[in-house]
Design a protein. Structure first.
Length: 407
């Protein structure tokens, strides 16, 4: 029990550390950032332009380069850098001494540039953050940090047409110690104990409370892995996240409802290689509301999903598309651990960069042309005349799964 609680605490601590890193960067608290790193020689931070090693390297990066760009705590007019962190995938080692995490990081930043309006140029910057963490006597700290760009482009440019790389001109005194590096991959996560059938729906014992927290954390991790498989093109691995041994497994995507293991396999296999339409894309997951059932056999969750696509249009040109969705899911405990039982994708809107026009989600990128399943139960087309419904419903506390309220 003690080790299980420590793993839950570690999960929360890692998210706090990355959130603190974001806050310190945007608030120009550069001297506090190295405090988030471990007290050991092998610490490093890998940025898109290179890797900074040891305490001296971290200070050169944050208290040196970033301070030179954005000023001291008082700041400089018109300059900012903000990078969020969502879609966490966290794995805590079996001994609870080491942990691994990854996040999607939508962000923006502004730099002083000659020739730019008012001498300032703003950038979109979506990134992936990877980290290896170690538990010390004072708590969890970062051992290795990797920041990898998904795309970076000036506000006025379409990311599908031009990528801007403002970090090509790093001053020599702030140069990295070497090229960018990658953190080692996380091991398979420790399994969550299966709930014995005798747990009562409203059991308030420590065992039941801890298990519900474990199940909620695992549901978040599974959806983070789902998002990671989507953006990295690992479509053939997605069915393994589902409870395929359960006949009632189901996925409702924008193109239709896919019921049963075989239809789910076929739907995601059709994304290989994405029909030549989606060249790249990311659906992040944020604003989670997750509830584990009182009997510890199922979990329910909903997420908002801001995303983007780079797509090939019918005339052969490429376009950047803002793609917003919502996701809801029921999870079920299986002999292999927690798995997705019912997945439901809700379309919000798509919008081609710079067009000012909103479109029905899935029309532009071709996802509505997947093998036809049963027609979707929640089609929605955003327009000036439409009213967005209350969907998906936010999960409330529940004792046992009720099929009338499934996603």
């Amino acid at each position: 029990m003690e080790l299980r609680i420590k793993r839950l605490q570690a999960n929360a601590e890692l998210q706090r550390i990355i959130a603190a890193l974001s806050g310190y960067l945007s608030g120009r608290q550069y001297r506090r950032i190295p405090e988030l790193f471990a007290e050991e020689e092998e610490i490093w931070a890998s940025m898109p332009w290179g890797t900074y090693r040891g305490r001296e390297g971290l200070e050169r990066l944050f208290d040196g380069l970033y301070r030179a760009l954005y000023g001291d705590e008082a700041g400089r007019p018109g300059l900012l850098t903000v990078h969020g962190a969502n879609t966490p995938v966290i794995t805590v080692g079996a001994d609870c001494r080491t942990a691994w995490g990854s996040w999607i990081s939508p962000g923006v930043f502004t730099l002083q540039e000659d020739g730019a309006p008012n001498g300032l140029r703003s950038y979109w910057a979506w990134q992936k953050i990877f980290g290896v963490f170690v538990r010390e006597e004072t708590g969890w700290k970062i051992r290795h940090l990797q920041v990898t760009p998904l795309f970076t482009t000036a506000f006025e440019k379409n990311w599908a047409e031009a990528q801007s790389l403002p970090w090509n001109g790093i001053p020599a005194e702030f140069a990295p110690d070497g090229p960018p590096e990658e953190v080692p991959p996380a091991p398979d996560p420790a399994g969550i104990p299966l709930a014995p059938r005798q747990i009562a729906p409203w059991d308030r014992s420590d065992e039941a409370r801890v298990m519900r927290l474990e199940l909620a954390a695992e549901a978040q991790r599974l959806m983070g892995v789902y998002a990671e498989y989507l953006w990295s093109g690992r479509f053939d691995e997605i069915p393994g996240l589902f409870a395929l041994e359960t006949p009632t497994v189901r996925a409702e995507l924008l193109s239709g409802v896919y019921a049963g293991p075989e239809e789910i396999r076929n739907a995601y296999a059709a994304l290989l290689p994405a029909g030549g339409t989606i060249l790249e894309g990311v659906q992040s997951l944020e604003t989670p509301v997750i509830r584990a059932a009182g009997d510890c056999q199922t979990v329910k969750g909903v997420w908002v999903s801001p995303g983007y696509r780079t797509i090939r249009l019918g005339d052969g040109t490429t376009a950047g598309v803002f793609a917003w969705r919502k996701y809801a899911a029921d999870f079920i405990v299986t002999r292999d651990g927690l798995r997705i039982w019912h997945l439901h994708e809700y379309g919000l809107f798509d919008s081609v960069w710079g067009s000012g026009e909103i479109r029905t989600a899935g029309v532009l990128d071709g996802t509505l042309t997947l093998p036809a399943g049963t027609p979707p139960t929640t089609p929605f087309s955003l327009s000036e005349d439409s009213v967005y419904p209350y969907e998906p419903a936010v999960p409330r506390q529940y004792g046992v799964y009720d099929p009338d309220y499934g996603y």
